[in-house]
Design a protein around this ligand. Structure first.
Ligand code: UP5
Ligand code: MG
Length: 189
């Protein structure tokens, strides 16, 4: 693999905390390329495959799959600044990122948002009909549970390294982006 020097910012937070929304703003204002691990995985899905089953279950796809997709996307893109959304999701992902790609993130944004707010946003986004509400809520709660159990330890790991900017993601979109702007502007200096 050709060694390309890249600047990587990780965006972590629960489902519905607004990661995708704010990554679009970061691309527009700071010239980063957005890589969404979830979108890369979904693009890779052939029906009935392991990846599809895992996403439908809300469980975490093995690292080598996601790492391969991310690595290829970074090599194929001429940009050298990437904001990676929704990865690493567990300690296994995190160790693979470090050991396989040797990428050390410049910093990490942690979108802190209450479970209640995340749930409301996702129910809203999906225009859930009343009859399917129970099913969708169960799926959302499962993803939140996986986030708390698997992804919070990753955030704590980066916190111990002093890399995390914790953001109150429960506020309106514009306010959240004002905070993010300040962080990127300080980094660019
Ligand atoms: N919205 C956004 N910001 C708002 C605000 N400030 N105020 C009010 N509303 C706001 O936003 C969600 C909704 O809220 C939208 O309608 C938005 O308009 C509104 P969004 O920006 O989409 O939130 P995001 O945090 O990106 O939520 P997402 O649903 O993408 O959460 P996930 O992180 O769970 O989804 P992802 O696609 O990453 O994962 C799906 C599955 O893929 C996982 O469960 C897992 O099975 C698999 N996966 C892996 O296995 N490995 C990976 O590395 C990645 C994914
Ligand atoms: Mg997303």
């Amino acid at each position: 693999i050709s060694e390309k020097k890249v600047t990587v910012v990780l965006v972590l937070g629960g489902p519905g905390s607004g990661k995708g929304t704010q990554c679009a703003n970061i691309v527009e204002h700071f010239g980063f390329t957005h890589l969404s691990a979830g979108d890369l995985l979904r693009a890779k899905i052939k029906s009935g495959t392991m990846i599809q089953n895992m996403i439908e279950e809300g469980t975490i796809v093995p690292s080598e799959v996601t790492i391969n997709l991310l690595q290829r996307a970074m090599q194929e893109n001429e940009n050298d600044k990437f904001v990676i959304d929704e990865f690493p999701r567990n300690e296994e992902n995190r160790a693979a990122l470090e050991n396989v790609t040797k990428i050390e993130p410049a910093f990490v944004l942690f979108f802190n948002c209450s479970e209640e707010e995340m749930e409301n946003r996702l129910l809203n986004r999906n225009q859930v009909k009343e009859w399917e509400g129970g099913m969708v809520t169960t799926y959302i709660r499962k993803r939140v549970k996986v986030f708390i159990e698997s992804s919070l330890p990753v955030i704590e790991y980066y916190q111990a390294k002093g890399k995390v900017h914790e953001i109150d993601a429960g506020r309106p979109r514009e306010e959240v982006f004002e905070t993010i702007k300040g962080i990127f502007q300080a980094f660019a200096k």
